[in-house]
Design a binder for this molecule. Structure first.
Ligand code: ATP
Ligand code: MG
Length: 599
């Protein structure tokens, strides 16, 4: 239950409207009971009076009462729906904003660890289920409680014994049904929440990985697993419906027994004072009992769903109560026009990892300097760039930009000063224009077209031009085109520091040289850090830094490092690879650059 507290606090914002919704629900319930009770008594009274009562029985007043109750019920239900739905949507809006605002400050590193489909499922389905708390739990329970008190008090005026019996039974139901059905529904609710998430995850994986599954002949196997999950989900839904039906049946049984008991007590004589003529009042008791029990109907179901609501709250709390690993100051130095970088004794390991990805790394880059970061795959190059953009904070050591610790820069200043091409460029399902403008919202079409031509993507400008829909649901881009889109964004985002993670990966040799030339020209005056596995064209850069297991092992110009005959020199030295090691019968000599994929 404690898991619900943060969400109940959100309900308080719309407390007035939610309370009005409950009040209107109670008025509607009472009008409904009044309608049934009064019309039951009226019909019985009129029948008993017969034609003889035409002048003695007051037909007008009860008829007016019936009509009044009917109008109140209709109007009340309409108003209740309008008010409570409006309030629920407002709460839902806040729930979503609250959840989203708690996810946003989590660093990209943290959110990357939660699968995207999983995060979306929590943001949409789990938040939706939380919505049931008011509509399915709080409102019906409050309504049932007030109806119990009002109806039994009203009937007590006519016959205390019968009124008290009805009140006692209804209160007992209100006391027993919620814990009983909460317990019975909890495992089902938890299973439903977990299976729903599991099914959606599997379905997303199935849809996005369909090409691979088909190519490797695994589609059938995955499909069966998906069907199996769906089957288990349906089984739990059936169990939940079964529980709901059980609750209603039990309530019906108790209604019948209570009705019999009440009739037994008032049979022939309401009030027990021996006065005659109370026959129609017996009908009133019968109808009042039936109608009052109707108000208890949703209570059992409410608590059966509470388990599911709590399970969703627990899952959401696991995300929203996570404290951000990186906290930016609200204000800091203004963005600078040039950036000098210094990294000292940096040490960082990813959460739940024991081996450091960056280990005792010290590096300085002067403003306007262009450097390359080279190293084996997994040597910590991308991690260093992530630390420079504060996706994570290091456990030890410090990064400084223009001699100001990175932690003291506001997020907006840091983002304004850095242009990044990530190792994996994401293309949004949007127009070409919107995909570029995210890096420079004010850029006009002319600028966008120029940049696209500069990075060799003029082909994209044919046809619909910048209005062309790209990414998912639109024109798919090749790996090299995606990379060039990343470079185009970085160029548009006019920043003094460029952090480029393998910008020319997947590009042919000619395009690579064009892009490197472009970067060298447009990068003049900027500080540029290029992570690369390519060896061609590095002599153009001011310095080359070699990383190994998270630490800097060599640095210097191309000429200096070649003369040093260290790791960099070995990267350039063709290796003789003897396939005889694999197949001793054949000895084929192949010549290629070094073994870690550097070309
Ligand atoms: P590549 O050249 O293949 O891109 P890299 O030098 O960029 O490699 P990094 O991506 O920085 O290497 O990874 C450094 C180490 O940290 C690797 O051992 C990698 O497995 C690990 N690593 C990277 N990202 C994470 C993560 N999110 N969680 C845990 N470990 C990670
Ligand atoms: Mg990398």
């Amino acid at each position: 239950m404690r898991a619900l507290l943060p969400y109940l606090a959100l309900y308080r914002r719309h407390g007035g409207q939610l309370a009005l919704g409950v009040l209107l629900a109670i008025i509607t319930l009472l009008a409904s009971i009044g309608l049934l009770t009064l019309s039951g008594w009226f019909l019985a009274g009129a029948a008993t009076a017969g034609a003889a009562g035409l002048y003695s029985f007051n037909y007008m007043l009860p008829a007016a009462g019936v009509r009044g109750a009917a109008i109140t019920r209709t109007a009340g239900r309409w108003a209740e729906r309008v008010v409570s739905h409006d309030a629920t949507f407002r709460v839902l809006q806040h729930l979503r904003l609250y959840t989203f605002s708690r996810i946003l400050p989590l660093s990209p590193g943290v959110t990357a660890r939660l699968r995207r489909a999983e995060l979306l499922n929590r943001l949409v389905a789990d938040v939706d289920t939380l919505d049931h708390l008011y509509l399915r739990v709080i409102s019906p329970l409050a309504g049932a409680l007030v109806v119990t008190l009002v109806v039994s008090a009203g009937l007590c005026l006519l016959d205390p014994r019968a009124g008290l019996t009805l009140g006692a039974v209804m209160l007992a139901i209100l006391a027993l049904f919620p814990p009983l059905f909460y317990r019975a529904g909890k495992p089902v609710g938890e299973a439903l929440t977990a299976l729903r998430a599991d099914y959606r995850l599997q379905l997303t994986a199935w849809l996005s990985g369909n090409a691979e599954l088909t190519l490797y002949g695994a589609a059938e196997r995955y499909r069966r697993r998906l069907d199996d999950c769906e089957q288990r989900w349906q089984d739990q839904q059936r169990r939940q419906s079964g529980l709901g039906a059980g609750a209603q049946s039990l309530l019906l049984l108790v209604t019948g027994l209570t009705l019999t008991g009440v009739l037994w007590q008032v049979a022939g004589d309401v009030g027990g004072d021996g006065s005659s003529g109370s026959g129609p009042l017996v009908a009133l008791f019968a109808f009042a009992t039936l109608a009052a029990f109707e108000a208890l109907g949703p209570v059992a179901g409410a608590f059966q769903h509470l388990g599911q609501v709590i399970a969703c709250a627990v899952r959401l709390n696991a995300v929203v109560q996570r404290s951000p690993e990186v906290i930016f100051p609200a204000a800091g130095p203004a963005p600078a026009a040039g950036v000098a970088l210094s990294v000292s004794r940096l040490r960082f390991h990813y959460p739940q990892q024991t081996v450091a990805a960056v280990d005792d790394l010290t590096l300085t880059v002067a403003a306007g300097e262009h450097i390359a970061l080279l190293g084996h795959t997994g040597s910590g190059k991308s991690t260093l760039l992530q630390l420079l953009t504060r996706a994570w904070d290091p456990q030890e050591g410090e990064i400084r930009l223009n001699d100001v610790p990175l932690r003291e820069w506001s997020e907006s200043a840091l983002r304004a000063m850095t242009a990044v091409v990530e190792q994996r460029v994401h293309i949004f399902s949007a127009t070409l224009r919107d995909n570029l403008r995210l890096a420079a919202p004010d850029a006009d079409d002319e600028q966008l077209s120029t940049i696209l031509r500069q990075v060799g993507l003029d082909k994209l400008l044919t046809g619909e031009g910048l209005n062309a829909w790209i990414g998912e649901g639109g024109r798919a881009l090749s790996g090299g085109e995606q990379r060039r889109m990343g470079i185009a964004r970085a160029l548009l985002h006019d920043a003094p520091l460029w952090l480029l993670d393998e910008p020319t990966e997947g590009l042919d040799a000619v395009t690579e040289q064009q892009i490197l030339h472009l970067l060298a020209t447009l990068g003049q005056g900027r500080t540029v850090v290029i992570v690369t596995h390519r060896l061609r064209g590095l002599e153009r850069l001011d310095r080359i830094c070699i990383l190994d297991r998270g630490t800097l092992i060599e640095q210097g110009s191309h000429q200096a490092l070649m003369a040093q005959r260290g790791r960099y020199y070995h990267y350039h030295r063709p290796l003789e690879v003897y396939s005889s090691a694999i197949n001793p019968c054949r000895s084929v000599v192949a010549s290629r650059p070094c073994s870690d994929g550097l070309e």
